[in-house]
Design a protein around this ligand. Structure first.
Ligand code: 9YW
Length: 439
């Protein structure tokens, strides 16, 4: 008989191999060369895929991340691997110089956050535990019980300390906190951030040594990024009076949709742990966050969700993929669901959705978050479709994502016109989410 190769089986195996290669003992790296440490929201996406092939590693990875949680509840966006040289990534632990009160493990971390996707990830790993037998279930319950109070502290940090605009939404204090690093959504707010180009002479860009300059942020933006870190750091990473003390505070629709989704995942987890009062509170919080997103971040003129500058009150003029992610929220009003799907299907996006509006002057097919397709945000978008019962659209998107990865590889991101793989070639979250899409 002729051996018939099964493309799904091949893809599954190559994805599992990427996750094996990128495992570093007690955590996963996003990619060996470009990102040799642990990144916060990567850990969540990765756990979703590890749930199928190695749940013990999913729990270990989440645990490694939350061991570096600060006493105020913030979960750092990077936990640095002490075994990796300081100059392998800039800005490294020396530049972040986090205060002693952050705790021993957090000393080797950054002081900013990323989208709080971990409750959803923990719930997903738990949901699949039964497939790994009785031991898998008992491991999952123990892990959930350990994580739950930490996940709650993470939410409370974001909803209390980070409500810079007093609107019931969390503000990000740095574009890196969005995970959509140099999205055009930040351009207008970044215009108010001083750019000290001399900083780049003192701290040369390490990212340009390992990635194409045409894919990466410009020097002007990079100088602002470093200046923002320095300002937040020099203020002791305090969130008091943020809008006066810090030149960047923005309410992102994707970050806040994930914040709301996390409350719903926490409600499920609380249910498993027998905490019914907590579960009710989490559901109420999710409804409040949804209402705040629908009120604060909706532009009635263009019928799209936008980022809002908490300092100036202005909505960003840029249409970005982040504006499609409120679809993840089940209580989103029906007219907003319709508007998001119309925008997603329009010539500005299309499926899989590029990171930014194809018709905008800022659209750039190769530059980081300003045009390329990312699997992680499309995976979130697909979840949103399923939440609203849009099964046909969800299936179409699932197939489109798998086609892209099957034809081009487990790349970090993809050219929005040709599908060419860009950035790191064996990228953990692309591989992990493929496993989920194939399962
Ligand atoms: C950087 C690790 C991270 C992701 C971010 C992505 C990128 C880091 O890589 O940022 O140095 O530019 O934008 O979402 O977590 O994969």
């Amino acid at each position: 008989p002729v051996a018939v190769s099964d493309p799904s089986a091949e893809l599954w195996q190559s994805a599992a191999r990427v996750l094996d290669t990128n495992w570093s003992g007690d955590h996963m790296v996003p990619s060996r060369r470009l990102y040799p440490h642990q990144w916060s929201w990567d850990t969540a996406f990765i756990a979703v895929g590890l749930a199928f092939v190695n749940p013990a590693r999913a729990w270990r990875d989440l645990r490694s991340l939350f061991e570096a949680q600060w006493p105020d509840g913030r979960v750092p966006h990077i936990v640095f691997d002490p075994a990796t040289a300081e100059d392998d990534y800039f800005p490294g632990p020396g530049f972040w110089n986090v205060p002693a009160y952050a705790g021993r493990r957090a000393r080797g971390s950054t002081g900013i956050v990323q989208p709080p996707l971990h409750a959803l990830a923990a719930w997903e790993v738990y949901r699949h535990a039964a497939a790994h037998g009785a031991d898998g279930v008992s491991e999952a319950r123990t892990a959930l019980a350990w994580l739950y109070p930490r996940l709650v502290a993470q939410q409370e940090y974001l909803t209390d300390r980070r409500d810079a605009g007093g609107s019931g939404l969390a503000s990000i204090v740095h574009p890196w906190e969005s995970g959509l690093d140099n999205s055009p959504a930040w351009d207008e707010a970044l215009g108010n951030v001083p750019a000290d180009l001399a900083l780049l002479e003192r701290f040369p860009r390490r990212d340009l040594a390992v990635a194409h300059a045409a894919h990466r942020p410009t020097d002007l933006d990079y100088a602002r990024y470093i200046g923002l870190v320095r300002n937040y750091r020099d203020g002791g990473y305090s969130d008091t009076d943020l809008t006066q003390r810090h030149p960047f505070a923005v309410e992102c629709p994707a970050f806040n949709s994930i914040l709301g989704t996390a409350e719903l995942a926490l409600a499920q987890i609380a249910g498993v742990l027998g905490l019914t009062g907590d579960a009710r509170r989490h559901r109420d919080r999710a409804r409040e966050i949804t209402a705040a997103i629908a009120r604060r971040l909706w532009d009635p003129v263009t019928r799209t969700f936008r980022a809002r500058d908490a300092r100036t009150g202005r909505l960003s003029p840029a249409r970005c993929v982040s504006g499609l992610l409120p679809l993840m929220l089940p209580d989103l009003p029906a007219d907003r669901v319709t508007a998001i799907m119309e925008e997603a299907r329009s010539e500005r996006f299309g499926l899989p959705a590029p990171s930014a509006d194809r018709t905008a002057a800022t659209f750039d097919t190769r530059r980081y978050w300003r045009g390329p397709v990312w699997i992680n945000v499309n995976w979130l978008l697909r979840r949103g479709m399923l939440v609203h019962g849009l099964r046909g659209e969800a299936e179409e998107l699932r197939r489109a994502m798998l086609r892209l990865v099957h034809e081009h590889g487990h790349y970090e991101y993809f050219h929005p016109e040709t599908g060419e793989g860009l950035g790191a070639p064996t990228f953990s979250w692309t591989a992990a989410l493929c496993l989920d899409l194939l399962a």
